[in-house]
Write a protein that binds this ligand. Structure first.
Ligand SMILES: NC(=O)C1=CN([C@@H]2O[C@H](COP(=O)(O)OP(=O)(O)OC[C@H]3O[C@@H](n4cnc5c(N)ncnc54)[C@H](O)[C@@H]3O)[C@@H](O)[C@H]2O)C=CC1
Ligand SMILES: O=C(O)C(=O)[C@H](O)COP(=O)(O)O
Length: 341
């Protein structure tokens, strides 16, 4: 059995070695030639898994150590009998920490009470953000048309159309997958219509995917002082837009989910997926030495007073702004932070 794995998936070295021939490569170096005779791929967002990579290969399973799957051509894999497994919710706690830091910087000395937070996408991340933001005193508006339809949710549950959320929110945070298909596509979900509806002076957070926000429209809205932004995920990473970078209140290199616990969960998920699929022993494996966090309530005051000790969003923003050409290196050399709530 042959596995090709991204060499930046942490903790997994040694786990499959007793059972499989495993090769570790940088995500971008996982090419058609390298995977031709592989049975399984363990990837991250940096390997595009589509016909160009997989056609004619012996790959039967792709496991991604990420929540997002937009780097994988899911229909093509399904049509060609390739099982795809992701790591749902693995690093939601890390993204919560990024949002908390961004909220702390945006709200400052003011009180969350009286401010409205619009959350777009109420899945693993969005619902966690909602839980903490509501407890901190924000009024929360939600938009998630797929859930609203499936679960018959509406204004009585705090679910509103995106335009309405935009018009009434002081801060809007996006937590949707990037997809172009189906009745509720998210490519440029924050586009011209969204920015026309947006409450003047609002701040937009994007820690979902570049492409969910139309950066040209965002820059236009910022140029006329209609909004501000804090951005973790960018169109065209790693070649990010320098004007947007300069204008953003916070700019981080797609590291919102980079907590030690999130990375460990992601690694455990891909190991479990491959072990299960191929009937190998390490199915219940989890990295040793990773501190477990029990999710706990934290007051707004405690969070504001402590968040910088764990995640210095301003410091990391200064680093990226000073050296945007290092975008990918900053990600690769990131010291995974600790979740503490
Ligand atoms: N910056 C980072 O480091 C990270 C980014 N992410 C991104 O965050 C995204 C969300 O993560 P999860 O909450 O775990 O995903 P999830 O799949 O649990 O939830 C996504 C939610 O978005 C909703 N949705 C889909 N289309 C929508 C639309 N047009 N409008 C409003 N809502 C819509 C879905 O119904 C679902 O409830 C991931 O797909 C990934 O792209 C995830 C982890 C880390
Ligand atoms: O989980 C996701 O989805 C993310 O965006 C990840 O945090 C990005 O992880 P890497 O691909 O950089 O491992």
């Amino acid at each position: 059995m042959k596995i090709v794995a991204d060499d930046k998936i942490p903790y997994i070295r040694g786990v499959f070695e007793p059972y499989a021939d495993i090769t570790y490569l940088p995500g971008k170096a996982i090419t058609a030639k390298e995977v031709k005779e592989a049975d399984a791929l363990l990837v991250r967002t940096r390997t595009r898994c589509d016909a160009a990579l997989l056609a004619g290969s012996s790959v039967r399973m792709v496991a991604t150590a990420t929540i997002g799957t937009d780097h994988i051509d899911l229909p093509w894999c399904a049509a060609h009998g390739i099982k795809v497994v992701s790591a749902p919710g693995c690093n939601a706690g890390g993204v919560l920490q990024w949002v908390a830091a961004a909220l702390a910087r945006t709200v400052g000395e003011a009180s969350p009470a009286g401010l409205t937070l619009g959350i777009v996408g109420i899945g693993h991340v969005g619902s966690l953000v909602e839980q903490y933001a509501s407890a901190w005193g924000f009024r929360v508006l939600r938009s998630d048309p797929p859930r609203e339809t499936a679960e018959k949710l509406g204004p009585a549950d705090g679910y509103v159309p995106l335009d309405e959320l935009a018009a009434h929110s002081d801060i809007v945070t996006f937590h949707v997958p990037l997809h172009a298909e189906g009745p509720h596509p998210t490519v440029h979900l924050a586009g011209e219509r969204f920015f026309s509806a947006l409450k003047p002076g609002a701040t937009l957070f994007n820690s979902s995917r570049g492409g969910v926000v139309d950066e040209e429209q965002l820059k236009r809205a910022m140029a006329s002082d209609r909004c501000a932004c804090r951005i973790d995920t960018w169109e065209n990473e790693p070649a990010i837009d320098r004007r947007l970078l300069d204008a953003a209140l916070s700019a981080t290199p797609h590291i919102a989910g980079y907590s030690e616990q999130g990375k460990a969960n992601a690694s455990a998920a891909v190991v479990a997926a491959a072990a299960k699929h191929f009937g190998l022993p390490p199915e219940g494996w989890y990295p040793t030495g990773v501190t477990q966090v029990g999710r706990r309530p934290i007051s707004w005051a405690e969070m504001r007073a402590t968040i910088t000790d764990y995640f210095d969003i301003d410091g990391q923003s200064r680093t990226l702004k000073a050296a945007p050409e290092q975008f990918e290196t900053l990600r690769e050399e990131y010291i995974f932070r600790q979740e503490y709530f």
